[in-house]
Structure formats: structure tokens, C-alpha cells
Write a protein that binds this ligand. Structure first.
Ligand code: FES
Length: 107
């Protein structure tokens, strides 16, 4: 049961469904963007469906992917179960800032 931020629910369900082993430090699954003095190399897997690492995604962003769809097209991340798409958006937001707010049409 997750309370509060449930963004990792998809990843957890996928791990349970597949019977994948948990990482040595389970906090890597529960708090994927937190740093616990561990890996800063970008080797962390963001998209488990297609085994796309954070480093690969950062490279795709540096190469010009500016939307989740562009990032998915460049890396295949987010084209499986879709549970990582929120994190793809967060990576883009960290790189480019939040998306512009929608402006209501004038009447
Ligand atoms: S984890 Fe399923 S599409 Fe990325």
C-alpha cells in the first residue's frame, strides 16, 4: 500500500508481476529520484520495460528530445506499460523547466 506519492506504483506492480528481484536497497524502487549516497552515474533504470537508463534518457534530452513523445521515440522508454512516463516528464522538466501554463482563450 502506498500513501501520498504513488508514482512508483506501476514499477512496483511490474516488479511483483514479473517476480523481478528487488535492488539491494529497496529505497531505489520506492524513491527512484532520491540520492542516498549511491549511484550518480545515471545507470539507474528508469524504464524497466525497455531497460532504458537515466543516462540514456539524459543523452536523448541533450540530443534534442524535448517532449515525452520525442523521448519515447528516441529511446523506446515509455512505450511499454507506460508507468515510467511520469518520470520521463520529470526528467524533461528538470532539464527544461516546467511546461508552459495553458492560457485561457480570450472571449
Ligand atoms: S517501465 Fe514500462 S514503459 Fe517504461
Amino acid at each position: 500500500m502506498l500513501v501520498g506519492n504513488t508514482s512508483v506504483a506501476g514499477s512496483l506492480i511490474q516488479i511483483l508481476d514479473r517476480g523481478d528481484p528487488l535492488p539491494e536497497d529497496p529505497l531505489e524502487v520506492l524513491c527512484p529520484r532520491a540520492t542516498f549516497g549511491g549511484d550518480s552515474s545515471g545507470a539507474r533504470m528508469v524504464c524497466n520495460c525497455h531497460k532504458v537508463s537515466e543516462a540514456r534518457l539524459r543523452q536523448a534530452v541533450a540530443d534534442g528530445a524535448a517532449t515525452v513523445d520525442a523521448l519515447s521515440q528516441a529511446t523506446k522508454a515509455g512505450t511499454g506499460c507506460g508507468s515510467c512516463r511520469t518520470e520521463l516528464a520529470q526528467l524533461l522538466g528538470a532539464a527544461h523547466g516546467p511546461p508552459p501554463a495553458k492560457v485561457a482563450a480570450a472571449s
